[in-house]
Structures are given as structure tokens and as C-alpha cells.
Design a protein around this ligand. Structure first.
Ligand SMILES: CC(C)(COP(=O)(O)OP(=O)(O)OC[C@H]1O[C@@H](n2cnc3c(N)ncnc32)[C@H](O)[C@@H]1OP(=O)(O)O)[C@@H](O)C(=O)NCCC(=O)NCCS
Length: 180
């Protein structure tokens, strides 16, 4: 578990499924994904997040606001399951319920997750990726000091050719850059 001034990043509980499924069914949260998710898809997604923790000893944390909402989404580190020129790698990811956007929670929680990745796990590099037009997500990456080289842009292998979300940007941050 990690704590920041306003957030607790913790392991998942069964009761997180209901608010997790609700945020995955929200078209505002899913604007830069191919579709909203059904309850079954959210159930499977939560299980695969828990499996990742079991297998790797790190993963996407469930996020709660200290003294506030018990579950607002996830922030954390994961190993992408697809092949690309930059894999294998460890990816920073975040997804918050719409009503919790615009408060700096994603950036605050991500700083703690990145610190864990570099200082506790000893990773040499953490990447982040999103659809080109997901400016909110890109602003989080930029606030964290991550940098994008356009030469790393790629077509996401799980999104069909010609789809509006296929083109992705990749941001990188090395342990040395983080510690400086
Ligand atoms: C990506 C996502 C987490 C970003 O959320 P966000 O609220 O924009 O990001 P943060 O939590 O870092 O908040 C930053 C914003 O809060 C504002 N803010 C308000 N109070 C703040 C505070 N106390 N501290 C810091 N920032 C604060 C900042 O000015 C900033 O707004 P700006 O970007 O318009 O300038 C959110 O849009 C989301 O969940 N999207 C859907 C899932 C998704 O696309 N994930 C990424 C795909 S890979």
C-alpha cells in the first residue's frame, strides 16, 4: 500500500467491482478506448489486475481518497501483454471516475507509483502510452516529466487498422531522469 497527501493506493477488494464497472461503463471515461465495458468485461479486467499482482508482485492499485470516496479508479504499473518495438516494458496506467478528474489525483498517485517502480522494484525505465488525441492523459505524463520521442509513436496492435484510436504516443522516463 502507498499513501500520498490525499490518496491511498491499495490492493483490490471485491466491493471495488461495482464502482469499477460503473466507471468502465461511462462513455466520458472510455472516450479514448474502442468501447464502454460491460459488467462481465469489468469483472474480467479486475481479475486480470489481481492476477498480475499475484504473478509479478506489483500492479495497478485501487485508489481511495483518504477520508473520502473508497474507490475512485486505478493507478499503477503493469506489463503490457502485447508485442511492440518497445516491449517488454513496464507501463504506468491510470483510470479515474469522471467526477474525480481535475483535482490532480492522477498525477499525485502516479508520482507515488513511479517512486515505487524505481526505488522499490529497481526498474530502469517506466513508459506510458495513450491514443494521440487523449490530451488529458498526455498532460499527466508531461507533468510527471515523461518525454515523447515521435519516433516511438506506434499503431496499437489490439486496435484495428484505420480506427481513430489506432495511433498511439509513447512517453518514457528513466530512473536516472526521475532521481535527478
Ligand atoms: C487520464 C485521467 C486520469 C486524467 O485525469 P486528470 O484529472 O486530468 O489528471 P490529474 O488527476 O492529474 O489532474 C490534473 C488536473 O487537475 C487540476 N487540479 C485541480 N486541483 C489540483 C491540485 N490540487 N493539484 C494538482 N492539480 C489540480 C490541474 O490543473 C489539471 O488540470 P489541467 O490538466 O486541465 O490543467 C482521466 O482523464 C481519466 O481517467 N481518463 C480516462 C482513462 C484514460 O484515458 N486513461 C489513460 C489512457 S492510457
Amino acid at each position: 500500500m502507498l499513501t500520498t497527501p490525499r490518496l491511498r493506493l491499495r490492493l483490490w477488494r471485491d466491493e471495488d467491482l461495482e464502482p469499477y464497472a460503473a466507471l468502465n461503463a461511462d462513455p466520458r471515461v472510455r472516450e479514448f478506448f474502442p468501447s464502454v465495458q460491460t459488467l462481465q468485461e469489468s469483472t474480467d479486467s479486475m481479475q486480470s489486475i489481481r492476477d498480475h499482482w499475484q504473478r509479478r508482485g506489483f500492479g495497478l492499485w485501487a485508489v481511495e481518497v483518504i477520508g473520502g470516496a473508497p474507490f475512485i479508479g486505478f493507478i499503477g504499473l503493469s506489463v503490457p501483454s502485447f508485442d511492440a518495438p518497445f516491449t517488454p516494458c513496464v507501463e504506468l496506467g491510470y483510470r479515474l471516475a469522471f467526477e474525480h478528474w481535475g483535482r490532480g489525483y492522477a498525477t499525485e498517485g502516479s508520482r507515488a507509483a513511479i517512486g515505487f517502480g524505481f526505488s522499490t522494484i529497481g526498474l530502469p525505465e517506466i513508459v506510458a502510452m495513450t491514443a494521440v488525441d487523449n490530451e488529458r492523459s498526455r498532460r499527466v505524463m508531461e507533468r510527471l516529466g515523461m518525454t515523447r520521442n515521435p519516433a516511438d509513436d506506434f499503431d496499437h496492435p489490439n486496435i484495428g487498422a484505420g480506427h481513430r484510436l489506432q495511433r498511439h504516443v509513447l512517453y518514457r522516463l528513466t530512473a536516472t531522469e526521475w532521481k535527478d
